[in-house]
Design a protein around this ligand. Structure first.
Ligand code: ZN
Length: 302
């Protein structure tokens, strides 16, 4: 069968068409993909739709579509605003009906979740969380967000977890106010890519290894990971995203996580255990797209 997937991100929409085997959860084969820059909802959604329709001409029409969307989004199936973006800092996207648009334009069932829940699901099926019933996937890039698997299922609850908006104890001497429009110095406000750029007045990619920016970044990620470890009792925490995938960052955070926990969780006492516990997603930058395909596959299989 053919499945379509969209990783709907705040800077780009990555769209893909896949061929998948029926009756199982084998990793599907990518037939075509395209990135569309995120501008206004009307322009972005139309460009993504045009790609899917064009590739369907040669590959066959999709049976279903999975969308992993930047948030916050409305995920309540019974809600009249299901499938929409809600209180986003991007004013144009507020109330944008992402899932409804594709459902009516393509005429197929649409699975809709947060981008990070989708990526977590992809890692669960085909990545670094295979076989785990309890884990956290965190992405650190333009923003910070996370998906949580608990007891073998994605947590939704009243909406979805917001791991990036945790307020953290400040590191001594750090007086940067933070840039979250809602909280100032929450994790996202202190440690997202734009926060690093603003704090150090430089493009994060240009900051060399050994720059104090990276030690501080590793410290805040370790502090957040300690909170997730204590509250959720996951078996693993995966950190990805444009900033999160920077060489050495997750490894350093894993070392600092030991300090943050101060020996409190015996299961994580050994340094090699920490390095396994706080590690990288296996699907890397593909986690969002494949995770969205995984959502579509699950919908088709159900
Ligand atoms: Zn915040």
């Amino acid at each position: 069968m053919i499945i379509a997937a969209i990783e709907a991100g705040g800077t780009k929409f990555v769209c893909g068409l896949f061929e998948a085997d029926s009756g199982g959860y084998a990793k599907p084969s990518l037939l075509a993909r395209e990135s569309v820059k995120t501008t206004s909802p009307a322009e972005t959604l139309a460009a993504a739709l045009a790609f899917l329709k064009k590739s369907a001409e040669s590959s066959g029409s999709p049976d279903c579509l999975g969308i992993g969307c930047f948030g916050p989004v409305d995920l309540k199936p019974s809600s009249p605003t299901w499938g929409r973006v809600t209180a986003t800092p991007k004013p144009q996207w507020r109330d944008a009906d992402v899932a409804g648009y594709f459902r009516s334009e393509l005429g197929v069932p649409v699975a809709f979740d947060t981008d990070v829940n989708a990526a977590a699901y992809g890692e669960y099926l085909w990545g670094a969380a295979r076989g785990l019933k309890d884990f956290v996937y965190l992405t650190v890039g333009t923003g910070i967000g996370g998906g949580v698997f608990s007891g073998g299922a994605l947590i939704h609850g009243m909406s979805h977890p917001e791991l990036g908006h945790l307020r953290l104890a400040r590191e001594a001497g750090d007086d940067y106010p933070g840039r979250c429009p809602f909280h100032g110095g929450c994790l996202e406000g202190l440690a997202s890519g734009p926060a690093i750029g603003e704090r150090w007045k430089a493009d994060p990619a240009s900051l060399p290894p050994g720059h104090p920016a990276w030690e501080l970044e590793a410290r805040y990620l370790a502090r957040a990971a300690a909170a997730y470890a204590l509250v959720l009792s996951p078996e693993r925490i995966l950190i990805g995203g444009g900033v999160g995938m920077r060489p050495g960052l997750v490894e350093r955070s894993a070392e600092l996580l030991g300090e943050e926990l101060a020996g409190y969780l015996p299961a994580l006492a050994a340094p090699e255990r920490l390095a396994d516990f706080l590690s990288r997603p296996a699907l890397g930058s593909e986690a969002g797209l494949y995770g969205s395909a995984a959502l579509a596959l699950r919908l088709c299989e159900d």
